[in-house]
Every structure is written in structure tokens, then in C-alpha cells.
Design a protein around this ligand. Structure first.
Ligand SMILES: Nc1ncnc2c1ncn2[C@@H]1O[C@H](COP(=O)(O)OP(=O)(O)OP(=O)(O)O)[C@@H](O)[C@H]1O
Ligand SMILES: [Mg+2]
Length: 444
């Protein structure tokens, strides 16, 4: 059996704050834990109201104490929600470093007479070490999360760079192929076209000759021959041929001019046609291009401009950049069925320029997004799109050390963003050298 003196000593020495209160919250007992930290021995505080002693947290304490009186149930407060009810210090066991004490508090009904709580016991537990551990873990988790996010961003960047590299390689090999094909097609299409032009004139002349001969036959020969001639003409389908032959030649000419346009695209795609490198204002280029495509825009598109003033002059191939703007603007206009908007923004960006062209058109299907820069990829009907516009634009932007990206939402619209950097002096010198090397070849 442990006697009550030992019991008292034990409670006094517990590593817990223990304080007993009456129904008015006056202190009837408090152990050394409280006495030491408040520097107030037990006999000084006995009979004093706890709410007066701890005025800072009086209203919170009062609420908690009252709830025990009314509900006759224990009440808790955890450090995570209210870490420092009593502003006590706590020192770390190893380092001795002092911090404000993190506490768990429990208030329990102690004596209950006729169902009414007569006294309450408040128990305070120092959980600073535990809280420190949890907080350190939390900080570590946050750090890890931040590192993770950084890594994820890095991986995304790497994937993008890899994608751009793959695309660049694809472009380079297709560029060579295209240059060859363009060259091979260019010659035959040239003579087919000029022969067809001659053929068109010849056909017109021949028709005139036949017409004249017909009239002469009709006049100069007896009627019996007329019937013979009419039968022969009919058997040879003269009327039909006469009507169809001009159309056929015109269609052929239209076909060859379409092929010639494809060849022209292929040539600029493979950079056979190089426009000059120079310092230029890309905004002027955009405005000129807008004038050229105005016909395709004016009836259905409202163009909104947002340009930084001034924009830096870039060392570039202005004609080629215009070609990019044109491809993007025409695509945007084609994606708008009835009425819509095109938003063009040109902003200073890390010393260079960032151009964005956004439309409120049909948008691009997600499954097409990684194909649109591929040569010959088109969703347009046969004959109306070659599918070279974007691949050409991609390789032009790449040649300018820039980047082109797309975001699109089906039914909402599409945005193409081009970042064009300001070339370093060394890069400018390299481009000038390349142009000098290419000049004799172009002159050939
Ligand atoms: N702004 C846009 N809105 C919706 N789809 C687009 C847009 N821009 C491009 N596309 C899609 O990308 C495809 C490829 O575009 P690209 O300009 O390379 O070729 P094209 O427009 O089909 O043909 P071309 O430019 O040779 O006339 C288009 O067929 C279209 O499906
Ligand atoms: Mg296009």
C-alpha cells in the first residue's frame, strides 16, 4: 500500500502539469510543474482564479472548463490546433535549446456529487519533442515535395527538348528528301506547264480551223455530203470533244499550278530559297502579312492586337518569318467557320520577342496535337491543304533558334506561341558566314 504522502509526492513530481479547480475555477491544487514554470509556489496561488492568472488565454480556457461542468465529460486540446495555451518554456533534452512549450491539455471532471461536477482537474502535457519531430518531418516532406516538383519540371523540360530534337532530326531528313523531290519535280512540271500553255493555244486554233472547214464544207459541197459529214462528226463525238477539250486543258493547267505551289512550299521547307538575314521589326512583318491575308479574314474574323512598344529589332529572315505568320493566320482563319476572333500578341521576352496567335476556332483534337508539325499532316479535304504549313513554320522558327508551341481545346480555340530570341553577336556572325557560303550556291 502506498500512503497518501507518497501519492502526493508522486503527483507533484509527475512530468505533467496538474491543477485542480473548483466550480468557480479557483485553484485548490497545483503541482510543481506549474509552480516551477510560473515561479509561484502552491500556497501563493491557492484560492486564486485560474482565468486571472492566465489572462491571455482566459476566454479559451473558460470555454473548455465550462464545457466540462455542463457536459460532465472530459475536454481536450491538442498542440496541432492550439500549441501554446500556457506560455511556458521547454528545453530540449540534448541541445538544451529553449523554445515555447508545445502542449496537449486535458480537462477532466474530478469530483461529481449528485451528478454535478464539483471539482475539475486540468492536466498539461509537454509534447515539445514530439511536435518538434513532427514539424521537422513536415518540413522535410515539404522540401521533398518541392524537390519532386523541381525534378518533374526538369523531366518535362527534358522531354520537351527531346521532342524538339526528334522533330528537328525528322525535319532535317525530310528537308533533304523534300529538296530532292522538289528539284526532280520542278523540271518536268516546268515543261508540262509550258507545253500545256502551248496546247491550249493550239487547241483554240485547231477549233477555229475545224469551225472554218465546217462552214466551207457546208457551203461548197452538195447536200448529200452534209448528211455524211454530220454522221461522221457524230460518230467521232465532235460536239462533245469540242466542248470538253478546252475544259480538260484548263483543268490540267490548274493541276500543274497546284503542283508548282507544292514544289514551291517544298523548296522553302528545305530552305532552297533563302531570304536574306537582316535586323528587322517583326511587328512590321506581322502587319504586312495581315494585309496580305486580309481577304481571308475580313468577312468573318475580328483581329485584336496587343503589342509591346517598342519591340526589339531581331536579326532574322523577315520574309521567312512572314511566311510563318501567314501560315498561322491562315490556319486560324480556316479553323473559324462563321464568325470569330484572332488575338495577336507580340511581347518582349527575355531580350527577344514572344508572338502568340490565338483563335476562337474549332480547336485541334488531342490525338492530332503531336502530329500537326509533321510534314503532309492535314485534316483538310484533298486538294485544299498540303499539310506543309506548320512543318515549314516549325523549321523556320528553329532556324531562328526559336521555339514554337501549341495549346488547343476542342470547340474553344487554339493558340500558337513562338519565342524568338535575340541572337548573340557570335550567332549573328555565324549566320552571316553561312549566308556568304550559301551565296555562290544560290547563284548557280
Ligand atoms: N489554328 C488551328 N485550328 C485548328 N486546327 C489547326 C490550326 N492550325 C493547324 N491546325 C491543324 O493542323 C493541320 C496541319 O496544319 P498545316 O498548316 O501544317 O497544314 P494545312 O493547313 O492542313 O495545309 P496547308 O497549310 O499546307 O494549306 C491542319 O490540317 C489542321 O488540322
Ligand atoms: Mg495551313
Amino acid at each position: 500500500m502506498v500512503d497518501s504522502l507518497v501519492c502526493n509526492a508522486l503527483v507533484d513530481k509527475l512530468p505533467l502539469g496538474i491543477c485542480v479547480l473548483d466550480r468557480d475555477f479557483n485553484i485548490s491544487y497545483w503541482n510543481s510543474f506549474f509552480a516551477d514554470r510560473m515561479d509561484m509556489p502552491s500556497d501563493v496561488v491557492l484560492g486564486r482564479n485560474i482565468l486571472e492568472l492566465f489572462q491571455d488565454e482566459a476566454s479559451f480556457l473558460k470555454k473548455k472548463l465550462k464545457s466540462v461542468l455542463v457536459l460532465n465529460n472530459p475536454s481536450f486540446s491538442y498542440w496541432e490546433h492550439r500549441p501554446h495555451i500556457f506560455k511556458f518554456k521547454s528545453s530540449r533534452p540534448i541541445t538544451g535549446e529553449e523554445t515555447l512549450m508545445y502542449q496537449n491539455m486535458e480537462i477532466v471532471p474530478l469530483q461529481i456529487v449528485d451528478g454535478e461536477v464539483q471539482s475539475i482537474c486540468l492536466i498539461l502535457q509537454d509534447v515539445t519533442a514530439l511536435a518538434g519531430y513532427f514539424n521537422a518531418q513536415k518540413e522535410l516532406a515539404l522540401q521533398l515535395e518541392a524537390e519532386h516538383a523541381e525534378q518533374r519540371a526538369l523531366i518535362n523540360k527534358l522531354e520537351m527538348a527531346q521532342g524538339q530534337l526528334l522533330q528537328a532530326e525528322k525535319m532535317a531528313s525530310i528537308g533533304q528528301l523534300a529538296a530532292g523531290v522538289a528539284h526532280e519535280i520542278n523540271n518536268p512540271i516546268g515543261f508540262i506547264n509550258s507545253n500545256l500553255q502551248s496546247l491550249k493555244d493550239y487547241v483554240a486554233n485547231l477549233l477555229k480551223i475545224v469551225e472554218f472547214s465546217e462552214k466551207v464544207i457546208d457551203k461548197a459541197t452538195p447536200d448529200a455530203y452534209h448528211k455524211l459529214k454530220a454522221d461522221f462528226y457524230e460518230r467521232q463525238q465532235y460536239r462533245f470533244i469540242r466542248q470538253d477539250i478546252t475544259e480538260l486543258v484548263s483543268e490540267c493547267l490548274e493541276g500543274t499550278s497546284r503542283v508548282a505551289a507544292i514544289v514551291k512550299n517544298l523548296k522553302s521547307f528545305s530552305h532552297v530559297d533563302n531570304s536574306e538575314w537582316q535586323y528587322a521589326d517583326v511587328r512590321d512583318g506581322m502587319e504586312n502579312t495581315l494585309k496580305i491575308v486580309n481577304n481571308q479574314l475580313k468577312y468573318k474574323v475580328t483581329v485584336h492586337r496587343d503589342y509591346d512598344e517598342p519591340l526589339p529589332q531581331l536579326y532574322c529572315q523577315p520574309m521567312q518569318l512572314n511566311q510563318v505568320f501567314m501560315n498561322l493566320l491562315v490556319n486560324a482563319a480556316q479553323a473559324i467557320e462563321h464568325n470569330g476572333d484572332i488575338y495577336i500578341s507580340m511581347k518582349c521576352h527575355e531580350q527577344g520577342v514572344r508572338v502568340a496567335i490565338r483563335d476562337t476556332g474549332s480547336g485541334i483534337e488531342p490525338r492530332h496535337l503531336d502530329k500537326i508539325f509533321d510534314p503532309f499532316f492535314t485534316t483538310k479535304p484533298v486538294g485544299s491543304g498540303t499539310g506543309l504549313g506548320l512543318s515549314l513554320s516549325y523549321s523556320i522558327v528553329q532556324k531562328h533558334q526559336g521555339q514554337i508551341a501549341v495549346t488547343s481545346e476542342r470547340g474553344k480555340g487554339t493558340e500558337f506561341t513562338i519565342t524568338l530570341p535575340m541572337l548573340t553577336e557570335q550567332q549573328v556572325a555565324e549566320k552571316e558566314q553561312q549566308a556568304r557560303n550559301a551565296a555562290p550556291h544560290l547563284a548557280e
